[in-house]
Design a protein around this ligand. Structure first.
Ligand code: IMP
Ligand code: MG
Length: 190
């Protein structure tokens, strides 16, 4: 069997195959570097405790699985899936739970892991919902945030990158379920 040539993974040829994929905003190396920093910071902040990560499906799947590998304290993981009514690119804040947590979170240190905070409405709903279950602590770790789009003020303790008001895809993020598999974050060209 021929070994995989890692150096052959380039970012630009995909744009030719998929014209919707525009400029790369956060490259794969930059993602790994920042995610490792976040993992170290979280490990320091929660030292001596154990943490429950709540991944928000599906967008946070790559971020969560990479982040977990950089966390050095005992960590468990659970998932929620939510749907926010609205268009493909704008959420309305009316959120429906498609999949709830498997475990109770009362008395636990809980960290919500999100792909992106846009208006903040989805996260506001999740914070209220999970907050009402009496966790010991509840905080948010988001890979990306678009400060210009924020409609509600939210305490986001950990943020990977602040990005401009552009719709982005890749590293878990989708446009109509496509482009999640890109190993970098790119602007959607419409
Ligand atoms: P919010 O409720 O407006 O903060 O929207 C949050 C959700 O909308 C995220 O969890 C994403 O699923 C989706 N979203 C917002 N902006 C983008 C984007 O630029 N690309 C892909 N998905 C996005
Ligand atoms: Mg989405």
């Amino acid at each position: 069997m021929t070994p995989t040539r890692l150096h052959a993974v380039a970012s630009s040829p995909r744009a030719v195959l998929q014209p919707e994929v525009g400029e790369v905003l956060v490259g794969a190396d930059e993602l790994q570097r920042r995610v490792s920093e976040l993992g170290e910071e979280i490990s320091r902040d929660y030292a001596g405790r154990s943490l429950l990560l709540v991944g928000v499906l599906k967008g946070a799947m790559f971020f969560l699985s990479d982040l977990m590998r950089f966390i050095e304290i005992p960590v468990e993981v659970d998932f929620m899936a939510v749907a926010s009514y609205g268009s493909a690119t704008d959420s309305s804040g009316v959120v429906r739970i498609l999949k709830d947590l498997d475990v109770a979170i009362e008395g636990r240190d809980v960290l919500i892991v999100e792909d992106i905070v846009d208006s903040g409405l989805t996260l506001q709903y999740l914070m209220r919902n999970l907050g009402s279950r009496n966790p010991r602590s509840l905080a948010v770790c988001a890979l990306l945030t678009k400060p210009e789009r924020r409609k509600v003020d939210l305490p986001t303790r950990y943020v990977g990158f602040e990005i401009p008001d552009r719709f982005v895809v890749g590293y878990g993020l989708d446009y109509e379920e496509r482009h999640r598999n890109l190993p970098f974050v790119a602007v959607l060209d419409r």
